[in-house]
Ligand binder design. Structure first.
Ligand code: FAD
Length: 353
């Protein structure tokens, strides 16, 4: 037994479903200097045939057990380093406040360089951005001959190389503004390629720094090596890879002025929930399907399908994981019956094997 492991840890407050659960072994990783301990934990787990689960804020997991016969590693590593248009973030940082900071910095930078005598700061506009995404320009396209609605093209194969033109802006919106209000840690967001309003982790991540618990060594993966897809990254396939830091590109702007907080408060319920329980099937929405089978407001024990958003399950009366699983089964069964569609969980369900 490793002296730094806690035993029989109450997990109630570590999942946003807030269901009762206990972990036989638990470790909270707060400091980078303790990362090598993960290698010892791996050895201990192998000797005793124990599963290991990484935990961020627990906003996308369901503890489906009374006592987990394994090891939960909770990540609260903190640290943010800024360098030009790049930010290196420890994965225990929360994604929403980080995004707010990035958005403010981007707006501030634009304000201070409102007029560029020699064209705008190259680094702000990416190849692939729409020309009309830039507001209030003083005159239209520059020597490249772009006109409104054109997609900017890179002069090189690197998408960081930028077209330039003479113009100025009075206001810009950072793409990170879309993540303000997104619950959870940076680690959870990258592992699950979280996203909303069309902006996903894969759109900003440059590099991921990973600790391999099995070998005790660090590895670095570039964006393309992370195998991102809808709510998936390669990290979900490797139980020995703990994500330590991520490097994000911050100079991403948006022409969408939707306030994500207002949108969420109008369309999503508050309370003990893990957000969307199911993934959206191709070209459809899980919420719409569950609504169509008349399950909005349906209750099992202490858990119900939200009346506001049918893909949100709410634990509003001290429900259990069994209540949630029963409601899940019912929703799957009804949607399968009526539409022939098999809903897949977005929430990760952790069970004793
Ligand atoms: C009200 C509400 C609204 C939501 N809206 C959205 C939304 O709009 N879009 C969206 O995508 N999600 C949404 N979610 C889900 C959730 O916010 C995201 O999935 C979030 O990124 C999860 O972060 P977390 O820290 O809570 O991860 P956890 O739930 O703790 O873990 C999620 C997964 O990531 C893995 N993981 C965590 N940290 C690490 C690490 N350091 N290294 C390796 N693997 C790790 C875990 O093992 C687990 O598999 C919502 C949730 C809630 C409660």
């Amino acid at each position: 037994m490793l002296s730094f492991l806690e035993t029989d840890k109450d997990l109630l407050k570590y999942s946003s479903f807030h269901t009762p659960a206990t972990a036989r072994y638990f470790f909270e990783l707060r400091e980078k200097q303790d990362i090598p301990k993960l290698h010892n934990i791996w050895g201990f787990a192998q000797e005793n045939n124990l599963p290991i689960v990484f935990l961020g804020s627990g906003t996308n997991i369901l503890f489906a057990f009374d006592i987990f016969e394994g090891i939960i590693i909770r990540n609260t590593l903190k640290g943010i380093e800024w360098k030009d248009n790049i930010v290196t973030v420890a994965t225990g940082e929360l994604i929403s406040p980080l995004s707010l900071q990035i958005s403010k910095k981007i707006s501030e930078k634009f304000k201070t360089s409102e007029k560029w005598p020699h064209g705008p700061d190259k680094s702000f506009i990416r190849s692939g951005d729409m020309w009309n995404s830039c507001e209030n320009r003083s005159h239209s396209s520059p020597e490249e001959g772009l006109s409104e609605g054109d997609v900017l093209k890179s002069t090189t194969s690197e998408d960081t190389e930028i077209w330039t033109w003479s113009s100025h802006f009075t206001e810009v919106f950072s793409l990170f503004g879309k993540w303000v209000g997104l619950p959870g840690t940076v680690g959870g967001a990258v592992a699950g390629n979280a996203g909303c309003f069309g902006f996903e982790a894969k759109d900003t991540l440059i590099q991921a720094n990973i600790f391999d618990m099995e070998t005790g060594e660090y590895i670095t993966l570039r964006n393309k090596e992370l195998d991102f897809s809808y709510r998936h990254s390669i990290l979900k396939d490797y139980s020995n890879w703990f994500l330590v830091d991520t490097i994000f590109r911050t100079n991403l702007i948006s022409d969408d002025t939707t306030n994500p907080r207002t949108f969420r408060s109008g369309k999503q319920p508050g309370g003990f929930t893990c957000g969307s329980f199911f993934r959206n099937p191709p070209w459809d929405s899980a919420g719409r399907l569950i609504d169509q089978v008349w399950l909005k407001g349906h209750r099992i024990g202490g858990v119900k399908v939200s009346e506001v958003h049918a893909n949100f399950f709410l634990n509003d009366k001290k429900g259990s994981y069994q209540d949630i699983l029963t409601l899940r089964d019912l929703a799957k069964e009804k949607v399968q019956e009526m539409f022939g569609i098999e809903l897949q969980e977005e929430v990760r369900i952790i069970e004793n094997k």
